[in-house]
Design a protein around this ligand. Structure first.
Ligand code: TYD
Ligand code: MG
Length: 451
């Protein structure tokens, strides 16, 4: 018997090392290097019949003909937008997300609603389980085939028989190929099976949608290399205890990464949310203190989001600060700014902050709404529900302009807000809008205007 060959792989970054080490020399993570069996032999038998490939000739840019790109319609408008207009033939799309967030549901719904022959390969659920789920989501593509299999060679055999137009793999971590001996989910298996899928996609023009698990740091489990290899990396995020889910493109070779899709998880599967702003703002009968509405942008999309804060005297010695959906470090910075620049004594107060809907916001334009929510709770005075806020707050307490302010103003106006507070340095004039634009330059200005 041939000697088994092994190599050492970092489970974090995927680097191959000659010997075992305590710390990976590439990514500097500790205890991530694991010995894996690699027994690479000649491999060729997965091939699907394709015409012999011609050598490529270098062309001048002006001589390259643009073939009218046909994209497969993913049916879901939200998904089509995120992909930049549909699924490109021969592309390989990776969908990452935390366990239970709805990756399998989304892929199954897409597979079931498409007008093409789809092969859905699951290594995680049985055919019966998938059938039960399919009945809940209630779309029926007669040409959607379900296969429970984890061996890539057997998957390619099934593909040869069925000739699907689109392939879905749930999930890459369950696949294994005969040519690598380590267990499924190991770095060498992930690398190898992805390479096989990419070859298959490119040579047959079949798009492959692959689900990938996410590790505790939030990146797709397995080597970062995986993200470099595929054409599109999508991320499905949200809070499992809430119903809203956001689909983002982290990388897209065929379109922008600015678009994002919003879904709601219902008993009957995922539904697209067409008017997210209206849903994310909770309806109230009376004005309550501690809430403020931010006009944010998620990708290209304007989104009105409600920020809630609770400021109370600390019961224990050290005040607590907690934040959901907003960066805690940034909240601490905002509190320091309010203390130093606006004279609010918040040092001995507990501060809790929450972005409603269970989504997390990175847009700096939410800063001003955070300030207003904190001050409103601290003063116990409400801010009218029809005021919106959109500005970044700097360390000196200055109110800074943010990008695409016109788009935010338009959204606020559309939803019936009466006033929007922005930075003095934004170049927009009052003339074109019905909403009153209030320009401020320092956090201190807010106090006089609101409380
Ligand atoms: P799933 O797609 O299995 O998640 P992932 O593949 O990302 O691990 O989704 C699982 C969750 O979705 C589960 O907690 C139940 C919920 N769900 C619904 O609420 N409604 C539905 O119709 C379906 C199919 C799932
Ligand atoms: Mg799943």
């Amino acid at each position: 018997m041939a000697k088994t060959k092994t190599a050492y792989f970092c489970q974090n970054c995927g680097t191959q090392h000659a010997k075992w080490m305590g710390q990976c020399s590439t990514c500097k993570e500790w205890n991530t290097i694991v010995e894996e069996v690699i027994a690479k032999e000649e491999k060729a038998d997965w091939k699907i019949d394709t015409a012999p490939r011609k050598a490529n000739i270098a062309l001048k840019v002006k001589d390259i003909e643009i073939q009218n790109e046909v994209r497969y319609n993913a049916v879901s408008t939200e998904l089509n937008n995120v992909l930049g207009g549909g699924i490109v033939p021969g592309s390989i799309i990776l969908l990452g997300g935390e366990p239970g967030i709805g990756k399998s549901t989304l892929m199954l719904q897409v597979a079931l609603s498409m007008k093409h022959k789809v092969l859905y390969v699951s290594g995680e659920e049985s055919q019966t389980q998938i059938k039960l789920r399919a009945e809940r989501v209630q779309n029926l593509n007669e040409d959607c085939l379900i296969l429970t299999e984890t061996n890539t060679q057997k998957i390619f055999k099934a593909i040869q028989i069925e000739q699907p137009e689109i392939l879905v793999i749930d999930s890459i971590q369950t696949l294994h190929t005969d040519y690598v001996e380590s267990s499924a989910g190991s770095i060498s298996q992930i690398k190898e099976t992805t390479t096989e899928l990419i070859k298959f996609a490119k040579e047959t023009g079949t798009p492959v949608l692959v689900i990938g698990h996410i590790n505790k740091e939030g990146s797709i489990a397995g080597p970062k290399i995986l993200e470099h290899m595929v054409d599109v990396v999508l991320q499905f995020e949200g809070d499992r205890n809430h119903t809203y889910r956001i689909l983002r493109a982290l990388k897209n070779r065929f379109g922008s990464t600015q678009e994002l899709g919003i879904f709601e998880m219902r008993a009957g599967g995922l539904r697209e949310v067409k008017n997210p702003s209206e849903i994310l703002i909770s309806k109230k009968d009376e004005d309550l203190s501690g809430t403020a509405i931010a006009a944010t942008l998620e990708g290209m999309r304007p989104l009105m989001i409600e920020v809630q804060a609770l400021v109370s005297t600390a019961v224990y010695g050290t005040p607590q600060r907690s934040s959901t959906g907003y960066n805690l470090k940034r909240l601490n910075m905002i509190l320091a700014v309010l203390e130093k620049r606006a004279g609010f004594r918040l040092g001995a107060k507990d501060v809790f902050l929450n972005i409603t809907g269970g989504i997390s916001v990175d847009d700096p334009a939410i800063d001003l709404a955070v300030v207003v929510a904190v001050l409103s709770s601290n003063e116990d005075e409400s801010v009218p529900q029809n005021y919106a806020f959109a500005a970044e707050v700097g360390l000196a307490g200055e109110i800074r302009p943010i990008n695409r302010v016109e788009q935010r103003i338009t959204e606020a106006e559309k939803l019936g807000f009466e006033k929007i507070f922005i930075s003095k340095f934004c170049k927009v004039s009052q003339k074109e809008t019905n909403i009153e634009i209030v320009k401020i330059s320092k956090v201190e200005d807010l106090v006089g205007l609101l409380f």
